[in-house]
Design a protein around this ligand. Structure first.
Ligand code: NAP
Ligand code: FE
Length: 383
């Protein structure tokens, strides 16, 4: 008998519901110094002020770094680290999209462990394991304002270096608390709701067909995918009930990929990060990746199983529905947003880097560099 052993876990305690941001008061009451990282919109919409009020009422001193930018780079983390160190927080809170939460995770690493270097711990290649992230002490609370990345429960922080994304991966950086207050994603503009929502579908499907999927991660993936098909268009149009359900679905997909991991679409999107925002680029690349994976009998069966769970006939219908959703939500073609000359000039290097991305290890089939290049080209010239 071949022994097979898997694990499923979740470090993060999830607090959810309308107004649940107020739980900050109770959680922060045992700390003296709290650092908040927040994005521009969170400040503009008044949620930063509300969070600061709860913390002050709990008797803690609070310092906020605002304007944390989207699709962040490691250089940006380095830029804000001195402010974090100077304030010396006992607790870090991130309020914003996946970008802000990822920055907060990296700040936590280099604040708690100043002797650690990004180059030692980042996953540059699946053929070379990085040094493990050491034990970290400062707790982290993640409060997502988008419904997509799943970073509020994941053990990953995705940061750009020279236009290419690399992962820091460790349970140490998974948040201790995630507060899912559906009032926050209400203010997402249409495009942010669409892009982050499409990321949820890619997370769910990639986690389901991944080599590391288990019956436990499958449950989360199925529910998240079902919610996207049923409610993402409504959520994009601004229906608040749909937005609330999408907010929770994003975290469910996060739990699915925290355990089941991701695959080739994410590998290609991380290494092509210069082309478009994360969720949008995933949505563009994913149908080509699905079709490619379906060459494999085992993968085909997994897509079919997922299709049936979602009430569809087979894997072909699933692929057609994924493409249909892109069309309905007016996802542009890659050639409409990326200049052909630059794309072709960067194609070889990008394909080589995607081939080295650690997430390829979980994709149901291992592609060659040439095959990855063909997939980028297919996505670019797709009709
Ligand atoms: P995001 O990049 O965090 O945010 C996109 C934009 O949405 C921002 O420019 C922000 O504007 C705006 N925004 C956010 N919330 C808003 C709100 N409630 N109202 C109005 N505007 C709002 O988007 P995301 O899709 O959540 O995160 C993408 C990032 O996460 C990528 O870098 C990706 O690589 C990463 N990611 C990480 C993981 C992980 O496990 N760690 C997984 C998947 C993706 P302002 O800046 O003006 O506020
Ligand atoms: Fe993603």
């Amino acid at each position: 008998m071949v022994m097979v052993m898997q694990t499923f876990g979740l470090k993060t305690q999830i607090i959810l519901g309308n107004g649940s941001l107020s739980r900050l008061q109770k959680i922060t009451s045992s700390y003296d110094r709290v650092l908040i990282l927040a994005s521009r919109s969170v400040k503009r919409e008044g949620f930063l002020k509300e969070a600061e009020k709860y913390i002050s009422e709990a008797g803690a001193e609070v310092e906020s770094i605002t304007g944390v930018s989207a699709e962040p780079s490691y250089e940006y983390v380095e830029e804000i680290l001195p402010r974090a160190r100077e304030f010396h927080p006992e607790l870090i809170i991130a309020i914003g999209g996946g970008s802000v939460i990822d920055v907060a995770k990296a700040v936590k690493v280099f604040y708690d462990s100043p002797e650690t270097a990004f180059e030692e711990i980042a996953f540059f290649s699946r053929f070379q394991r990085p040094k493990p992230i050491p034990k970290l002490k400062t707790p982290l609370i993640a409060i997502p304002s988008t419904s997509g990345a799943g970073s509020e429960v994941s053990g990953a922080s995705v940061l750009k270096k020279n236009g290419v994304k690399y992962n820091l991966v460790s349970f140490e950086i998974a948040p201790d608390f995630a507060i899912l207050d559906p009032r926050l994603p209400v203010t997402m503009p249409r495009e942010v709701a669409r892009n982050s929502g499409l990321d949820v579908l890619v997370h769910a499907i990639e986690a389901y067909v991944s080599k590391a999927a288990s019956p436990f991660s499958d449950v989360m993936a199925v529910k998240a995918a079902k919610t996207v098909f049923e409610l993402l268009p409504k959520s994009v149009e601004g229906d608040n009930e749909a937005r609330e359900k999408m907010h929770y679905a994003a975290t469910m997909a996060g739990i699915a990929f925290l355990n089941g991991r991701l695959g080739l679409a994410h590998a290609m999107s991380h290494k092509g990060a210069w082309m478009a925002p994360h969720g949008l680029l995933n949505a563009i690349l994913h149908p080509c990746v699905m079709e490619f994976n379906m060459r494999d009998e085992g993968a085909r069966l997994r897509y079919r199983e997922l299709a049936k769970e979602l009430g569809m006939k087979d894997e072909k219908e699933l692929l057609a529905r994924v493409r249909e959703l892109n069309e309905k939500l007016e996802v542009p073609k890659l050639r409409e947003i990326v200049e052909e000359r630059e794309f072709l000039a960067r194609l070889d290097k990008m394909s080589e880097k995607a081939y080295h991305d650690p997430l390829i290890s979980f994709n149901p089939i291992e592609p060659s560099v040439e095959e990855i290049k063909k997939l980028y080209l297919e996505a670019f010239y797709e009709k």
